[in-house]
Design a protein around this ligand. Structure first.
Ligand code: PRT
Ligand code: MG
Length: 212
């Protein structure tokens, strides 16, 4: 049995065509089904539906053999026990620093002010501001970071931006680009050795699909 961990939403949707190339089709849609384990057309392959940030953990411990996770999530997890053979180039976005429209970020940085940074991405934020030599107080959040500067929880947020609509709708502006984000295929290192016969053809099929 090969178990593939995916999250609902954009990762699931954008991974489907790649699975298709490997001859794997889900028999149910996770958006309408409440099942957490989905059968596929192949008896030896199943999909499990987990939170995006839990994908590396399931694969690390071998509860899933493969998974798809964003670089943002992998950076926070650390990547221990994971082989990362392919950048799938899906679920693309940018990790940015954003502030309220009326906040003068440049001068706060110039004056050496200590910044309160709210984010779900504490590793990425710590690395970014350390590199800039900016002192920060980190405030860990689990979602809706955009709210934090609006109600005075933080001066700055570190968050993902794709269309920019969420920032605009909340009178925020992006002031720094930290990194480009896309999702990667992750494979359990032991599973790759023990099940190479089944897993390698999948990796080859994903790679073919990416070249098209
Ligand atoms: O939703 P949940 O709390 O379960 O977890 P999650 O938000 O991590 O999962 P999910 O499924 O929303 O995202 C999975 C992966 O998609 C992330 O780990 C990223 O690698 C990638 N991705 C790509 C994004 C976005 N684009 C994105 N726009 N993840 C989140 N967003 C959010 C962003 O945080 C912000 O709140 O969308 C909002 C901004 O979008 P725009 O279009 O308004 O700029
Ligand atoms: Mg989300």
């Amino acid at each position: 049995m090969i178990t593939i961990a995916l999250s609902k939403g954009r990762i699931f949707e954008e991974t489907l065509p790649l699975l298709e190339e490997a001859g794997i089709r889900a028999l149910e849609d996770p958006e309408s089904s409440r099942k957490l384990i989905l059968d596929t057309n192949r008896q030896d392959v199943r999909l499990i539906i987990v939170r995006a940030s839990d994908v590396p953990t399931y694969v690390q411990y071998g509860a899933a053999d493969l998974g798809v996770a964003g670089k943002d999530v992998l950076n926070e997890h650390g990547g221990e026990g994971l082989y990362q053979p392919l950048d799938l180039n899906i679920a693309r976005c940018r990790m940015m620093v954003a502030v309220r429209n009326d906040f003068d970020y440049e001068s706060a940085v110039r004056q050496g002010a200590r910044l309160r940074v709210a984010t779900k991405y504490v590793n990425a934020a710590r690395e970014h501001f350390a590199e800039k030599g900016v002192h920060i107080d980190l405030i860990k959040l689990y979602g809706s970071m955009e709210l934090a500067p609006l109600v005075g929880l933080s001066d700055v947020i570190v968050d993902l931006v794709s269309s920019g609509n969420t920032l605009r709708a909340n009178d925020l502006k992006a002031v720094e680009h930290i990194s480009d984000i896309s999702s990667r295929l992750v494979v359990n290192q032991a599973a790759l050795k023990l099940k190479r016969h089944d897993i390698q053809p999948m990796l080859d099929a994903f790679e073919r699909a990416l070249k098209q």
